[in-house]
Design a protein around this ligand. Structure first.
Ligand code: ADE
Length: 234
């Protein structure tokens, strides 16, 4: 899968993309991330990418020209871009279902905005969708883009060593995860539940399922348990 990230701050990304799962996916050739600095496509004297809003008001608005030019130039290289995603707080909320959908694409582009936001024509005439990573305002779309890349990358077949780890995880069946324990069985008098030491795998599975349902009900009553994924790869 190829992911293009369009940003004014490419220096924010190498740390996150150069570690752990994203690094491994890139090294395995399963993921190709390309960063583009939108400012490289500014066509005015001071390399400006933003301007004051028509109608007045505070802040600056990202101009059409640098973003259209950058997106068109990068899209013309290589395979077809399946989705051009604008990161905005007004977008479709990112959840596991959306991460699954994006992970099935061959190539996506993420556009991280800054300042007051994008000229509306970027939303209406360039992007194919808008995505939000939560009901709060970030200083820019960069961290949101990193969140999308992370959530999507781990769903690309072959990225996680143990494919099972996607099946059991929180949200893969719209359930929060059951509690995990490792050695020792007694840490400062804090005991691991007996059932996990029993060796009875039917009982262990049942206990975990019950715990997952209990947690989901207690902490996230808004989530309705049930398999929301349509991931044919599993
Ligand atoms: N840009 C600023 N805030 C954002 C959010 N919550 N989600 C996605 N992009 C954003």
């Amino acid at each position: 899968m190829r992911i293009d990230v369009m940003t004014l701050f490419p220096g924010m990304f190498p740390g996150v993309f150069g570690e752990s799962i994203i690094k491994r996916a890139s090294e395995k050739g399963l993921l190709d991330i390309q960063l583009t600095n939108i400012r490289d496509y500014a066509r005015n004297k001071h390399d400006n990418v933003d301007d004051s809003p028509y109608g007045g008001g505070p802040g600056m608005v990202l101009m059409c020209q640098p973003i259209f030019d950058a997106v068109e130039a990068v899209c013309s290289q290589g395979q077809t871009v399946d989705e051009i995603v604008l990161l905005t707080p007004q977008g479709r909320p990112l959840d596991q279902q959306l991460a699954q959908e994006l992970s099935q694409k061959k190539r996506i582009m993420l556009i991280a905005g800054h300042y007051e936001g994008f000229d509306e024509r970027i939303r209406t005439n360039l992007a194919t969708m808008e995505v939000s990573v939560g009901d709060y305002i970030l200083s820019g779309g960069e961290i949101a883009a990193m969140v999308v890349v992370d959530a999507v990358t781990r769903l690309i077949p072959g990225v996680l060593g143990d494919e099972q780890s996607n099946v059991d995880e929180s949200f893969s069946e719209n359930l929060l995860e059951y509690p995990h324990y490792t050695r020792p069985a007694d840490f400062r008098g804090l005991h691991v539940p007996d059932v996990l030491l029993s060796g009875n795998h039917a009982m262990i599975d049942q206990w975990r399922r019950e715990q997952a349902h209990k947690r989901t009900q207690e902490r996230r009553p808004d989530i309705r348990p049930g398999n929301m994924n349509n991931n044919e790869t599993r």
